[in-house]
Design a protein around this ligand. Structure first.
Ligand SMILES: Cc1cc2nc3c(=O)[nH]c(=O)nc-3n(C[C@H](O)[C@H](O)[C@H](O)COP(=O)(O)OP(=O)(O)OC[C@H]3O[C@@H](n4cnc5c(N)ncnc54)[C@H](O)[C@@H]3O)c2cc1C
Length: 737
């Protein structure tokens, strides 16, 4: 097997090919997905790109041109990805990676187009995840594109959770949408009245059905639920005015008003009747939890696509920047390299590219994890049914024992026979993967979109004034603004951080995280250029900090790690995301190393590609380690009160007389003493005596080790920059400006 270090030090020749990406993102063996990528790309770089180039984003109204895209999606098989073959879908089995790839291709050109496609899946997702078999059959088949010879238009859906202020936003429990019974004849299905106002609802301009969150307004209905509303239901189905948004204009968004009568059978997942009370099988929060944990991954993919899509237009702009000037004659550095003769321009592009790689790897890892988890969840549901376990509390109790066993098995050595249970035992496999998915999804949504939006600004800035014009190739200005929406919808950053602050302390996840520290050291020994060793040290530092914060108090005796203390938990969640992204990036490059040589596609130019991707890993790992060090240091020290020159603070200081005496015995001692108080009580002019960091010594050791671990990372950046300055790119972008 080739290793990153054994490959000859060749340079990258061209941008990564499809064949290389297929290996890197784990779908080289999925011909169906490769075909899907091609057909989605044809729509993205064809009709979508033309609509954007022709000013389709200049209006927030739902236009014929935008509506035509939906038909293009149907024709390319994009709409059918979400369904099973018997419902009119493309292929059987989990769809998370497939949807992620669709999102990637569409967002490569325009995020709004990606959202228009994904919002249909979001509307169906409550039904897919928690609907009754009848609901699933009906709505999936209605939403599937027409088969040849069929004369019908597919139904489009919208997902309606958010409400006008002061109700549902980040806090999804503050529901104002209501459900009450208006008719319940003996032996007949109850009829419910729904009152729901939505805010910022995607697809609402044309939706035929809506999945909406409502709360009981009737003592004969318990709690909350999601309901399915149809356009033809009696009452008001008012789509409202379009949102005057400055982003994602190729999707339709508005503030609808619904006042409709529906049969109770439209409660998602059905209901039971006990003592004359309708008990929905799933509350609205149970449904949205199951939905968002998957759909947020695709949002994270979208921002990754934007970053990677910006590399080629930036290179072209930089190279051609001075061509045409009298002083820039062919053959001159100015003509041939343009802005790429400047180190900073190249280094910044390396950062954009490295971030794009890391975020794509993180989001695709999350999508693959959910593809693995989906069938396990189905098996677990059967198990719960067999053992009559229902409801979140009973399920959590049932899983507790498996979680404890899994957390104990993960740290065992790989060759320990007891460890095989982690693969063979359904419950153990489930809790291990579930705990990982619980972190991967919010991490991909949070880091990719939040940090991605920052880095899109950087990408735009590399195009100078051109970047913020409509003429910018690759629509980079649009993508920058769009990234902010991706960071906001389906729950803004606070929601993801809040979720991470809980899931990242799951002992099963932490056991896996600890095992990654060993894994990274192992990788570093075979592939030192990846920066895996620095990452392992940064991971150790994160673990130490989490443990420290969980067991420490602030200067006023307040507990540091708890849910309301977002100043502690949120930054730690951010640091974890950097580490997760860096690890996924390294693992993906190793897959290219392992499998690339056997694939005729990437084998050509493999060494250069691997070297470049490895350098990008190193660059990103250094940044991730630096961020982790900065965040952890602030948290570890920031909640202590700085000593002052009072009696207590001064008791740790040297007294000048005492020091002079020692200096006589140990010459040079004076230079070690930082805080010297003179006999008249005067002291150095600073905030107070320096802090005694004795208790944080292990942290300081890790920090200084981490600083040393950054060795070589800037050399990697120089190499990546040089490669970018020499790489061949096509003459023109393959979609219009
Ligand atoms: C174009 C667009 C399309 C959309 N599509 C849909 C859709 O199809 N369906 C749908 O249901 N919704 C949709 N939304 C709504 C979107 O999901 C919400 O806007 C988003 O979840 C944020 O809610 P909010 O706007 O009420 O923000 P707020 O809740 O007011 O949040 C404002 C700020 O305060 C912070 N904050 C809020 N609460 C907390 C907290 N507890 N802790 C810390 N910080 C907090 C947030 O992070 C944020 O920075 C869409 C929005 C837009 C703009």
């Amino acid at each position: 097997m080739a290793t990153a270090s054994s490959l000859q030090r060749e340079m990258l020749r061209a941008l990564p090919s499809d064949a290389a990406r297929q290996i890197q993102w784990g779908f080289a063996d999925r011909y169906d997905l490769q075909m899907l990528v091609q057909s989605t790309r044809a729509v993205a770089r064809g009709p979508v790109a033309r609509l954007v180039a022709n000013g389709g984003r200049n209006s927030h109204e739902w236009t014929e041109g935008k509506a035509a895209l939906l038909e293009a999606f149907d024709g390319a098989g994009i709409t059918a990805v979400f369904m099973e073959p018997e419902e009119g879908g493309l292929f059987a089995g989990p769809k998370n990676l497939a949807l992620a790839l669709v999102a990637f291709e569409l967002a490569w050109v325009d995020g709004g187009a990606a959202t228009a496609s994904l919002a249909g899946c979001l509307a169906l997702a409550p039904i897919h995840e928690r609907g009754t078999p009848e609901q699933q059959r009906r709505y999936m088949s209605l939403a599937a594109p027409a088969q040849p010879g069929e004369n019908r238009k597919p139904w489009r859906g919208a997902f309606c959770l958010t409400e006008p202020i002061p109700y549902v936003g980040v806090d999804t429990g503050m529901l104002n949408g209501k459900i009450r019974i208006v008719e319940w004849k003996p032996g007949k299905e109850p009829i419910a009245q729904i009152e729901k106002r939505g805010r910022f609802i995607t697809n609402i301009g044309f939706a035929n059905f809506v999945t909406a969150a409502v709360e009981s307004d009737d003592e004969r209905i318990k709690g909350s639920c999601m309901v399915i509303l149809e356009e033809g239901d009696p009452g008001v189905f008012d789509r409202g005015t379009p949102t005057r948004k400055m982003v994602h204009q190729l999707s339709s968004t508005g503030d609808p008003i619904f006042s409709l009568r529906i049969p109770a059978g439209r409660i998602v997942g059905g209901y039971d009747v006990k003592n004359g009370v309708i008990i929905p099988r799933y509350s609205h929060s149970e449904v949205i939890e199951a939905v968002f944990r998957r759909t947020r991954v695709t949002v994270g993919v979208m921002t990754a696509a934007k970053l990677l899509s910006s590399v080629e237009p930036i290179i072209r702009y930089q190279r051609g920047r001075f061509r045409g000037a009298e002083t820039a004659t062919p053959g001159s550095v100015r003509y041939e390299m343009g802005l790429q003769a400047r180190e900073d321009a190249l280094h910044r592009l390396v950062d954009v590219w490295a971030t794009g790689e890391a975020s794509a790897s993180l989001a695709f890892a999350a999508a693959r994890a959910f593809d693995e988890l989906d069938p396990l969840e189905r098996e677990m549901e059967k198990l719960y049914a067999e053992r009559s376990i229902s409801g979140p509390k009973a399920t959590a109790r049932f899983l507790r024992e498996a979680s404890e066993r899994a957390a104990a098995l993960v740290p065992l050595a790989a060759r320990d026979p007891r460890k095989t249970a982690l693969d063979s035992d359904l419950q153990l496999r489930f809790v291990a993967l579930d705990s990982l998915a619980d972190v991967l999804c919010p991490a991909a949504k949070l880091w990719n979109t939040g940090w991605g939006a920052q880095m899109m600004r950087e990408a735009v800035s590399l195009m100078g004034g051109y970047g913020i014009t409509e003429d910018c190739p690759g629509f980079l200005g649009n993508k920058w603004m769009d990234a902010q929406l991706e960071a906001t919808y389906e729950g803004p950053e606070a929601v993801q951080r809040r979720q991470l602050s809980v899931t990242m302390t799951n002992p099963v996840f932490l056991a896996q995280f600890r095992s990654w520290i060993r894994e990274m050291r192992g990788i570093a020994s075979d592939h030192p250029g990846t920066g895996a060793c620095a990452l392992a040290t940064a991971m150790s530092m994160w673990m130490w900090t989490l443990n420290h914060l969980q067991h420490s108090k602030d200067a006023d005796g307040g507990k540091l790690y708890h849910s309301a203390r977002q100043g502690v938990t949120f930054p730690l969640a951010d640091a974890l995301c950097w580490l997760m992204a860096a690890r996924c990036q390294i693992l993906d490059v190793l897959r290219v190393v392992r499998e690339g040589a056997d694939d005729p596609g990437p084998a050509e130019g493999l060494a250069g590609l691997v070297n470049h991707l490895t350098d990008l890993c190193h660059v990103h790992t250094a940044r991730a380690s630096g961020e982790t060090g900065r965040i952890c240091a602030e948290l570890v020290f920031g909640y202590n009160r700085h000593p002052t020159w009072d009696e207590q603070g001064a008791c740790g200081c040297w007294q000048a007389d005492e020091l002079d005496g020692i200096e006589g015995l140990i010459p040079g001692m004076n230079s070690y003493a930082l805080d010297v108080v003179n006999s008249d009580g005067s002291h150095p002019q600073k905030a107070g005596p320096c802090v005694n960091c004795q208790a944080a010594q292990p942290f300081l050791s890790l920090h200084s080790k981490l600083d040393g671990c950054l060795t070589g990372s800037r050399l990697a950046k120089d190499r990546a920059a040089e490669a970018i300055s020499k790489i061949m790119i096509p003459e023109a972008l393959d979609y219009p400006a």
